[in-house]
Write a protein that binds this ligand. Sequence first.
Ligand SMILES: NC(=O)C1=CN([C@@H]2O[C@H](COP(=O)(O)OP(=O)(O)OC[C@H]3O[C@@H](n4cnc5c(N)ncnc54)[C@H](O)[C@@H]3O)[C@@H](O)[C@H]2O)C=CC1
Ligand SMILES: O=C(CO)COP(=O)(O)O
Length: 349
Amino acid sequence: MSKKSVCIVGSGNWGSAIAKILGKNAKDRSDQFETCVKMWMYEEMVDGRKLTEIVNTEHENVKYLPGVKIPENVVAIPDLIKASEDADILIFVLPHQFVAKTCEQMKGKIKPSAIAVSLIKGVSIDDSGMRMISNVIKEVLGIECCALMGANLAGEVAQEQFCETTIGCAVNGTGELLKSLFETPYFRCSVVTDQATVELCGALKNIVGIGAGIADGLGHGDNTKAAVIRLGLMEMIKFSEIFIPGSQRATFFESCGISDLVATCHGGRNRMLGEHIVKSDKTVKQLEKELLKGQSFQGPLAAREIFKMLKDKNLIERFPLFVSVHYICLRESQPEEFINCLRNHPEHI
Ligand SMILES: NC(=O)C1=CN([C@@H]2O[C@H](COP(=O)(O)OP(=O)(O)OC[C@H]3O[C@@H](n4cnc5c(N)ncnc54)[C@H](O)[C@@H]3O)[C@@H](O)[C@H]2O)C=CC1
Ligand SMILES: O=C(CO)COP(=O)(O)O
């Protein structure tokens, strides 16, 4: 079998943490993978220097993952086509709003035999309905695309603290190939075939994470947070039953399901957003700029997209938690209303 070359499409907080894993594994498993891992970087200036130049000389993404060394065999490249044209495995790890445009630029310029894996937590909604991000990648590029999601807060993964993740992949053999690319003693990968549910969990848990932050901001404790997690999980399951034919309940017990939900509701950026929505009167956009300094909250966009789906299908009453988070993010509803939403949730009737 010829060696596979790897390109990471994206280089933010999670992209940089995963670059640390992939760089080491590509080097250690040189019978399977090319040692050089290319990383496409959306170029920007940091203190008067190009970020790609900083990464390639100091081997650290000083803007998105400061304090963590990235292996020297990971090379940051500002030109998307140069980074991706020779790759056998494309790892997509961008905020979900940038995926379609990025893929359009790559269309027709990558290896037709390449495979992709999406680490992106979000969905794409348009007039034709909902598509998983892997489907957007698949349709634009015409290649196979799997998904990898789990309870994987980037900073903790970069510190090599133990965690699990889920690879969603229905194609025989590809899941095992991806497992051997990603797995480390501190990053354990399980492969499941129910890929759509894996991806949907990744998108929906960000909405629930904002709800957990709202409860925190209002001064509520662990019992309330547990209720947010349970009711959020029930809405996630119900949503998947309605919108994903064949979705399996067991997938919610993988890392991509309950574990990611718990991690996000305790330590995620979306949880932090919810808390600050309560404690200030700033917009989500202002809070993103101030709190994340270039990183991105994926929850508010997911809440807007899911709200649109629910409205189109006349299902708003059945998903009060998702809907309440959406209105609070828009500042069209007071954060205190979130607790009423929990109190009156249809799960209690
Ligand atoms: N950060 C985390 O702990 C985790 C994040 N994820 C998911 O991974 C995905 C990527 O997240 P992060 O790496 O954290 O990104 P991030 O939140 O750090 O976003 C910043 C990235 O977006 C890039 N960017 C800005 N404008 C762009 C444009 N116009 N086109 C293309 N790229 C642009 C920036 O260069 C930077 O690389 C998201 O879907 C997120 O939900 C998944 C697991 C963990
Ligand atoms: O997906 C994540 C952890 O698995 C990160 O969540 P946040 O985007 O809320 O930080």
